[in-house]
Design a protein. Structure first.
Length: 205
């Protein structure tokens, strides 16, 4: 991301709100996206390395809680199998994501549970990811247009963590500083290989 931008951004204190390991201010400093001294950048790079190591250790403890496939994604999902530079396809939130509104059955008011469904496409556009979050307790969605002014933009980094013995937190940070943070109880993780039948360059046309 360029240091300069034609899009007005929220105050820096609001960027990447809710990230536990990889807050925007640390990512921006480590990548030299801000005006700072060389010493400050070096310090941020060290802090980011330490945060990555701490995150890796904490992920090991989450393995029984999130399932093997999801754990392998968060622990080893980078490069072509990860979501860095991927795009958010959709974010659905509600008490009845699977409810068919056809008049054949009632929407049972006392039996609904808030859920969130996030879908992403990786940067090569050959992997489709789904994160189905059940038992949602809270949602922080701080989304805005990126520097191109057309969409949310590229995913930069993501993390999953425990908030307590019962609840988890999933967070996505975009290169712009936009973020989505959800606290929930159960994760259903999906990854599907896509038979891409077009050249990589066509996605930019």
């Amino acid at each position: 991301m360029d240091k300069d931008s034609t899009i007005d951004r929220p105050p820096p204190s609001n960027l990447g709100a809710g990230m536990k390991y990889f807050p925007y201010h640390l990512i921006a400093a480590a990548n030299d996206w801000i005006d700072q001294s060389s010493a400050d950048q070096t310090k941020a790079e060290t802090q980011l390395s330490e945060a990555s190591q701490r995150y890796g250790r904490d992920l090991d403890r989450l393995k029984p809680r999130i399932g093997l496939r999801a754990w392998e994604f968060f622990q080893h999902g980078f490069g072509p199998t990860g979501l860095h530079d991927g795009r958010l396809l959709s974010m659905r939130i509600g008490d009845g994501l699977d409810f068919a509104v056809d008049g054949t059955k009632p929407f049972r008011l006392n039996h609904q549970r808030l859920a969130v469904r996030l879908e992403f496409l990786n940067c090569e556009q050959d992997l489709h990811y789904g994160f189905d979050l059940r038992g949602v307790g809270s949602i922080q969605s701080h989304l805005f247009l990126d520097h191109c002014g057309k969409g949310v933009g590229d995913v930069y980094i993501y993390e999953i963590s425990a908030t307590d013995d019962d609840n988890l937190q999933l967070a996505f940070l975009f290169a712009s500083g936009a973020a989505v943070v959800v606290q929930f109880r159960k994760l259903v993780f999906r990854r599907r290989r896509i038979d891409r039948r077009y050249a990589v360059g066509e996605m930019y046309s």
